[in-house]
Structures are given as C-alpha cells and as structure tokens.
Write a protein that binds this ligand. Structure first.
Ligand SMILES: O=C(O)C(=O)CO
Length: 325
C-alpha cells in the first residue's frame, strides 16, 4: 500500500499543479470541467491528507468532517476564499492556502476591458454590426463617456485595486480616488491616487470599481443607498464577487437611470440565468467570471495551489496561507 499522502483535486485544472503534486503524493481527481456533485465530493474526500479545490466548492464543517482527521490542508485555486469556512478549518487544525498575486494583473486587465466595453458601449456596437443596424457613420450614435479627464473611484485598494489603478494610468484619467478601511499612503503616492470616504468616492466618480473581497462587512454593500449616491452617468464595474452587490437594486438603478451603466464579471448566482433581467439591458455588460482567465494566470494558480499543499504536508511555511482572523 502507498504511504504517500493522498490529495483529491476537485476539477480538471492546468497540469502544472497536478504534475507537481504527483512527485510526492497519490493524486485522485474529478477530471471534468463541470463541478463534482456534492455527494460525490463528500465521499471522495474521505481519508485524504489534502484537498485541492476551487471557488465553486463550499468548504464547511460538513466537508471537513467527511474528510476526517487525516486532512491537513485545503488549497483553493483562487484568491477569493469566501467559500472556505476558515474558522471550521482552524478548529480542526486544517491549514488553508490561496493564490494571491499570480492573478492580479490578469484581473486588473479584465477590469479595464470591462470598463471600456461598458463605457464605450461595445455590446450595443457589436450587436448593431451583427444585426445589420450599422446604417452609416452618425455623429451622435453610440457615444459614451471616455476615460480621458474622468474621475475613477476604486472601492477596495488591495492588490487588485492598486493594479487596476496602475493599468489605467495611460488613459489620461484626471483623478484617481480610492477608499478602504485604512489609507495606503505609500502605494497611493506612487500610483497617484487620493484617499476619500466611500461617500465622497461615490459622489465624485465617473467610474466606480468594486475591488473589495466578499466578507460579512462587504456583503451586498452596493445597494440602492449607494447607487443613489453615485452620479447618474456613472459606470459601475464589479470584478470581485457577485455577493458584494444587491443585484435587484443594481437592476433598478440601471433601469431608472440612477446610474449610467454596469459591467459585471461576477454575479449572483453564477452562472447568471439567461432570463435574468440584467441581460435585457443595453447598459449592462455581463461576463462569465473570466477575470483571471489567462493561460499564464491559471497555470500559475494551479502550481501555487500545489506548492501550498506540498509545503503544508511537509510542515514547511506555505507560500500563501490564510488564517482565520
Ligand atoms: O481567484 C478568484 O478568487 C477568482 O475569482 C477567479 O480567479
């Protein structure tokens, strides 16, 4: 019988991670693109030493107990960890790894892409070309707010918020504002961003970017009260988690003209049902949670997840560990 530690991988993932794990572990995998059914997951984790999971798996007490006392580490192939009950892991002595940094630039890039797609009305423009509605060049047609001279407000000035600000520099933005629980003076100075209260950011910004992690404090923070505080022309972008937005309020804000447009890479639920009212709106662009979807980022995320797991199994410091606060 093998004495190697057992690892279960919950999905088909870039080979960099599984290949690394196989050098030291016995690896079992749900080798499909669709998620493993919960019951199957609960039985597959029984007796494993490590779990390699994704943001689509709920890692809670039930799952940890199903794995049993052999489980030493959970590595999630994501920077977000709102799907992991850190307290339940800590209570059972299970370490948790995640994948910050390696996807920061990919997410920042997609945030900018969504901002441009939304403000420059690319969804309407592409549909017009495809549907034969492109009559002639018209001076007043499909105009939108440009970034040049605008005020951009970043809500959540962590790794990704800062990277978005850096990406936006060449667009001649007039003013970059940020808000967070605490000021980040050194980084803000280097980037050229100014700290303001949330209300000030909402009132002043032409573009409001949600770059906060989903926590009990940020859950549905973008609700009707916040949308009311934004400019009627403002463009709202969310590449963090759908859960930070009260989605019915967002729909109402878009329909009533409380805000100008929205670009969403994340929604509640995911996938967004095709009959979601948001999809009927020209001023809402929705993408299927692809912000980190570059070949390099996903490969690096898979590898970092494996490195986190191997370090924990070898009682070494993990490259990226999260602890319950
Ligand atoms: O890593 C995450 O948290 C994502 O949302 C996808 O990369």
């Amino acid at each position: 019988m093998s004495t190697k530690p057992k690892v279960f991988i919950t999905r088909r993932v870039p080979e960099s991670g599984p290949t690394l794990l196989k050098t030291q572990c016995e690896v079992a995998q749900w080798n499909k693109d669709d998620p493993i059914p919960r019951n199957e997951l609960l039985s597959s984790v029984k007796g494993v030493d490590a779990l390699f999971c994704l943001l689509t798996e709920k890692i809670d007490g039930e799952l940890l107990d199903a794995a049993g006392t052999s489980l030493k580490v959970v590595g999630t192939m994501s920077v977000g960890y709102d799907h992991v009950d850190l307290q339940a892991c800590a209570e059972r002595g299970v370490k948790v790894g995640f994948t910050p940094n390696v996807l920061t630039n990919a997410v920042a890039e997609l945030t900018v892409a969504l901002l441009l797609a939304t403000s420059r009305r690319l969804k309407e423009a592409i549909r017009a070309v495809e549907n034969g509605l492109w009559g002639t060049w018209k001076p007043m047609w499909l105009c939108g707010p440009g970034l040049e001279g605008s005020t951009v407000g970043i809500v959540g000035f962590g790794r990704i918020g800062m990277a978005v600000a850096r990406c936006l520099k060449p667009f001649a933005v007039n003013c970059m504002l940020y808000t967070d629980f605490a000021e980040r003076p050194a980084e803000a100075k280097e980037i050229g961003a100014e700290f303001r209260s949330l209300d000030e950011v909402l009132a002043a910004s032409d573009f409001v970017l949600a770059c906060v992690a989903l926590t009990p404090d940020t859950k549905e923070m973008f609700n009707k009260d916040l949308f009311k505080k934004m400019k009627k022309t403002s463009v709202f972008i969310n590449t963090s988690r759908g859960g930070v937005v009260q989605q019915d309020d967002l729909y109402q804000a878009l329909v009533s003209g409380e805000i100008g447009a929205a670009g969403l890479d994340v929604t509640t639920p995911e996938p967004l049902p095709t009959d979601s009212p948001l999809l009927t709106l020209d001023n809402c662009v929705a993408l299927p949670h692809i912000a980190s979807a570059t070949h390099n980022s996903r490969g690096a995320m898979s590898e970092l997840t494996a490195r986190n797991i191997l370090s924990a199994l070898n009682s070494q410091p993990m490259p990226s560990e999260i602890k319950a606060s």
